[in-house]
Write a protein that binds this ligand. Structure first.
Ligand code: GLU
Length: 436
């Protein structure tokens, strides 16, 4: 990342060396895949430019009085990539290294993700440069409320609907709901998804992304003639996505041989007790540090460890040209957004490793967000069974669709996923036409 704009406090505090990245700009990584798909589709250059360009970028200063009385100003973003298929949808992440180019890429990925799973939303993403791990609940609440107030004309149940992402959770969604509702003088629970069930959240939403990862992984295993009972899995990242995916794949009979979080990797060839790891993290400030049920390994060792399925569920740029040649997995299911760089894609393709791309593999989250929004608008709430069976069906359909497109054009699942979703959004744009 070149021009990395951070507020004064963050610049003073966070000066970690930049990791080695294959592609320094995630938006360019998105465009690189888009280009290949656009060529296959024979996309008109005008449409190309329209679809690749974010429609609106909001940048806002968020003043927060900290617990010690100091005033700090944080920088926040909301990028609306486009609203062609419906109101824009996408999470908000809080992290010290949030970058506008990253938020632009994540917003575009939401557009393709929604189109891919046939959810009638456009794409958006938000981000605030902050370190939530060093902030008190009160500071986080004030930051969230002021960010929401600054975005009051952007958000709305029919306009733009936020959700959780990295370091944001149900509580933060509840504060967004409340702040938005105070401004509109009525309770608007459909303005945000991923909120607590008591406030109009959906059953199954918290598990949805991990569940979707499990569904498409099983579908991929079927295609490759692999049996869950004979398969081993390594999961990078032990947040909402990684921990649930590990748990559900374990329930399907897989042996989870490695997990990791920011404190490093944990390996046990005999199988890690995932419930014990979840309980351990919950009791130790949400980290696995010191987890006794496994041997410590590095995150890079986890990526290349002996396993049949690798689930990168942490963050961008984890599978790179440096470690891709040594990956032993037959399937990579991308729980995170953008974990594989374009150069690594080339290597994995050549090596015949099946990558279930992020916009397909982690689309379970936004699918159940869509269910949540529908339930809020109807004021009628579904059972867990109904949520899960509809989610499973939609994920399965999307996987089969992408698989067919990949075979038809003889391309990777990633390029097929882009082809399929860009085609849908381009068709919708042609039908809507350009308002002059
Ligand atoms: N942040 C999640 C994602 O990247 C969920 C977005 C949503 O539910 O709107 O897909």
């Amino acid at each position: 990342m070149t021009t990395f704009k951070r507020n004064v406090y963050e610049r003073a505090v966070y000066q970690e060396p930049a990791p080695i990245r294959d592609n320094e700009n995630p938006f360019e990584a998105m465009v690189e895949r888009f280009d290949v798909a656009a060529k296959i589709l024979g996309l008109d250059p005008g449409l190309y430019e329209y679809l690749v360009t974010p429609s609106r970028i909001h940048i806002t200063a968020i003043p927060v009085v900290m617990d010690d009385g100091r005033l700090r100003v944080f920088e926040g973003y909301r990028v609306i990539h486009n609203e062609i298929l419906g109101p824009s949808k996408g999470g908000i992440r809080y992290a010290p290294d949030v970058h506008l180019e990253e938020v632009k890429a994540l917003a575009a990925w939401m557009t393709w993700k929604c189109a891919l799973v046939n959810v009638p939303f456009g794409g958006a993403k938000g981000g605030v440069i902050c370190n939530p791990k060093e902030m008190s609940p009160g500071e986080l609440e004030r930051l969230t409320r002021r960010y929401t107030a600054n975005m009051i004309d952007v958000f709305g149940p029919d306009k733009d609907i936020p959700a959780p992402d990295m370091n944001t959770n149900e509580q933060i969604m509840a504060w967004i709901l409340d702040t938005y509702s105070m401004h509109s003088r009525r309770t608007e629970n459909a303005v945000v998804t991923g909120k607590p069930i008591i406030l109009g959240g959906s059953r199954g939403r918290r598990e949805a992304t991990g569940r979707g990862v499990m569904t498409v992984t099983l579908a991929a295993m079927e295609r490759l003639g692999m049996r869950p009972g004979d398969s081993t899995v390594a999961v990078q990242g032990f947040g909402n996505v990684g921990s649930i995916a590990a748990q559900l794949l374990r329930d399907q009979g897989c042996r989870i041989v490695a997990i990791s979080d920011v404190t490093g990797g944990y390996h046990n060839a005999g199988g890690i007790d995932i419930d014990a790891a979840i309980a351990y993290a919950a009791a130790h400030g949400n980290t696995l540090e010191g987890f006794p049920g496994a041997e410590p390994i590095t995150n890079d060792e986890l990526i290349t460890c002996a396993c049949d399925v690798l689930v990168p569920a942490a963050k961008e740029d984890q599978v790179t040209r440096h470690n891709a040649p040594n990956i032993q997995a037959k399937i990579i299911a991308e729980g995170a957004n953008g974990p594989t760089t374009p150069r690594a894609d080339d290597i994995l393709n050549e090596r015949g490793i099946m990558v279930i791309p992020d916009i397909l593999a982690n689309a379970g989250g936004v699918t159940v967000s869509y269910f949540e929004w529908v339930q809020d608008r109807q004021g009628y709430f579904w059972t867990t069974e109904r949520v899960n069976s509809r989610l499973d069906r939609m994920m399965r359909t999307a996987f089969d669709q992408v698989f067919d497109v990949a075979q038809k054009h003889d391309v990777s699942l990633r390029i097929a996923a882009y082809v399929d979703s860009i085609r849908k959004v381009a068709d919708a744009l042609r039908l809507r036409g350009i308002y002059a």
